[in-house]
Design a protein around this ligand. Structure first.
Ligand SMILES: NC(=O)c1ccc[n+]([C@@H]2O[C@H](COP(=O)([O-])OP(=O)(O)OC[C@H]3O[C@@H](n4cnc5c(N)ncnc54)[C@H](OP(=O)(O)O)[C@@H]3O)[C@@H](O)[C@H]2O)c1
Length: 265
């Protein structure tokens, strides 16, 4: 019989998009749980470096590395990320993968969406999580333990907050990519459940203190106005991190997409 092992202490977590709001909160939380960290950023290295410094000042016995990687880049770039991770941490892949980096541009009319925009969004939001999972699984299989969490979106479920309210300001390609992510997660969860590796996603909506939604003012008068959110406020990145950590600590849960939306559907 497979044994219960939900220990995070001593694991290595790779968190992509750790320079952003949700990624940084996930990194902080996993660090508090005793994991070592490999953090990625793209354009904002300063934020990832500051986070690494903040956390390593709390505990010098564990390692944190920072890597610059374009999730919209080539497969070779992500392979290089894993070579760098091995150099820094002495293992070929992470025990925990939080594929959080994401990109989405709102272009109201389908006729205005260039194919390049479609392809780039799919590369960042879907191809990169696929490649990261593909690169992570061999190490996880060798150890019979792994946790993969994708950061999806409410857009995967209802087509996007803007879409359901018929406001013509929908991130069409973002919705497509995030729905693809959830489909891929469910498939990989089925295939790896008996091998000690779980796959889940968290699907947030209206999380403030992020690059996407800095504060309430940015969504005032839009469908995302806090007046429209049943719990009456924006979510905070820590709440997303709570779900990610719960998924990492709960090996009996796999193949689930968890909507974190303050009651929005
Ligand atoms: N906030 C919400 O309400 C909400 C709702 C639905 C889904 N999400 C999802 O949550 C995830 C995190 O977003 P966030 O809300 O924390 O926003 P954020 O603060 O803007 O963070 C986005 C992160 O993604 C990274 N990133 C973007 N494009 C990248 C690329 N091409 N290559 C590598 N990294 C890239 C950014 O890196 P740099 O800053 O270093 O460039 C940053 O670390 C995303 O997947 C997003 O779709 C958020």
């Amino acid at each position: 019989m497979a044994k219960v092992d939900n220990e995070i202490r001593g694991r290595l977590a790779l968190v992509t998009g750790a320079s952003g709001g949700i990624g940084a909160a996930c990194a902080r939380d996993l660090w508090q749980q005793g994991a070592s960290l490999a953090l990625t950023c793209h354009k904002n290295r300063a934020a990832a470096d500051a986070l690494a410094q903040e956390l390593s000042a709390q505990d010098k016995s564990r390692k944190i590395s920072v890597h610059v990687a374009d999730m919209g880049g080539s497969a070779a770039e992500l392979q290089q990320l894993f070579l760098d991770l091995e150099t820094e941490h002495g293992q070929t892949g992470p025990d925990i993968l939080v594929a959080n980096a994401g990109y989405g541009r709102r272009i109201p009319d389908i006729l205005d969406i260039p194919l390049e925009e479609f392809e780039y969004t799919l590369r960042v939001n879907l191809q990169a999580p696929f490649l990261l999972a593909q690169l992570s699984v061999p190490h996880m299989l060798r150890h019979g333990w792994g946790r993969v969490v994708f950061v999806s979106s409410i857009a995967a479920i209802g087509g996007g907050l803007m879409g359901v309210t018929r406001i013509a300001d929908t991130a069409t390609v973002d919705a497509a990519s995030k729905a693809g992510l959830t489909g891929m997660m469910k498939n990989l969860a089925n295939k790896h459940a008996h091998l000690g590796i779980t796959f889940n996603d968290v699907a947030p909506a209206m999380i403030g203190d992020t690059g996407l939604i800095p504060d309430e003012k940015t969504v005032e008068g839009t469908p995302g106005d806090v007046k429209n959110i049943p719990v009456g406020r924006l979510g905070v990145p820590q709440e997303c991190a709570n779900v990610v950590t719960m998924l990492c600590k709960t090996g009996y849960m796999t193949g689930q997409s968890i909507l974190l939306s303050g009651g929005l559907k």
